[in-house]
Design a protein around this ligand. Sequence first.
Ligand code: FAD
Length: 447
Amino acid sequence: MSIEQVLPSLEGLKVILPPDIPSDYGRDESGAARMPEAVVEATSAAEVSKLLGACAAAGVAVTPRGAGTGQAGGCVPVNGGVVLSLAKLNGILEVDEAARTMRVQPGALLQDVKAEAERHGLRYPPDPGEKTATIGGNAATDAGGPGALKYGTTSDYVLDAEIVLASGEIVRLKDRPEYAGVIGGEGTLGVVTELTLRLEEPAGSDAILLLPFADGESCAAAAGRIIAEGYAPAMAEYLDTALVEYSGSVTGNAVFPVELDGERVAATLMLTLEGADEDAVMEQMETLAELAEELECLDILVGDTPTMKREFMAAYEAFHSSVEGAKSSCEANVSVPAQRVWEYMEYARGVGEELGVKPMFCAHLGSGGVHAYAVSEQARSEYAPQSEAFVKALYAESVRLGGEAAGEYGVGCTKQEYVAAERRERYAALKAELDPAGILNPGKAVR
Ligand SMILES: Cc1cc2nc3c(=O)[nH]c(=O)nc-3n(C[C@H](O)[C@H](O)[C@H](O)COP(=O)(O)OP(=O)(O)OC[C@H]3O[C@@H](n4cnc5c(N)ncnc54)[C@H](O)[C@@H]3O)c2cc1C
């Protein structure tokens, strides 16, 4: 059946049809694009259920969408059909301070979830980069980010969820744990219409430390040593000086060190230390200073005031937008075993040299997430052949090293060929059980 035959069953729902569909509904930040035949902007689980029931019966594809910030084409309707926008189902329903939980609808933005937790003296730790992503999109991609080292990923904070299955049936995860795969299922196994999130007490005090190194390999190795010595940094980020410089040239202020006492910094380790109070953080900083000498870092720069911490985080968060603003750019976001991050970056440099692509890196040391970026002044069409070859080589290498091309950001439609065969099989069995008609986000397979 076609979409026209489904439309009469959607009475009462907000349906947008061509030519009125805004072009955003056909793309995300990956560059993948295809316009849907209809968009439904849902405002309740009942509406989602009505839509899915009708589409399952008619065999019409439905692609859930949050804010469309994904980088893997997850919300792009590659097989056409309906885009189901959850953006307007965005209420924060309840914060239970005593139980430290928040009940929230999927379209609420990450920044609003975090701010609401803070208003109640609590915190929602996951912080996967893009604050204007929806919490539903975070849950569907099991988003991690720099804090994953200490705090885990979004699924670690999902205590319960309301899920609409492809059939239109509405279930609670708490009652039906067999549907846990919907969290991280990239909208292919069910639609999340409500989440109960676990919140935490905030750390009493924290500080951001910058440890610049004259050679990148020592920087990459330092985090492992620091963690092995018993420190539990909330973040341990590898900041490539090439990326620091590039981003600084865009924003007007590099913030992170590029040169110290005439010596070029190759990379900086950015660490966040937390403790019960200022004394506890100070104590860690003092002992770390001794270790830092052994690790041969060039200096330790401390950000312990709110202004400095904000400045460091703003400079860090500007990396991505600076790259995106270039005339041409590409990026590969993967995960590799934590001890192989340096080896991976060396590979990327080598393959970049062969292809005429100059990579710059930011990596979540400790958890193995690597973001490789490259920019060019060439026109997009001219740069595309070598940048695409570069990104493909990097995805393949992440798998070869025992990591995942999907690592962070999901599989979507751009990383399909890098899903391991056994995962594909496991996923196919789950898909057949939860969505036998294959209407939910077809064209995507999941990690
Ligand atoms: C600057 C930047 C930095 C980032 N850094 C990180 C990082 O460090 N680590 C990391 O893990 N990620 C990172 N990301 C990726 C980020 O986590 C995703 O972009 C975000 O989670 C997607 O949310 P969204 O609302 O935009 O979802 P969309 O892009 O709209 O959708 C993403 C996927 O989720 C599905 N989906 C959306 N809502 C629902 C729902 N309610 N029910 C079922 N399925 C749904 C869609 O079908 C799609 O498959 C970064 C992104 C950006 C732009």
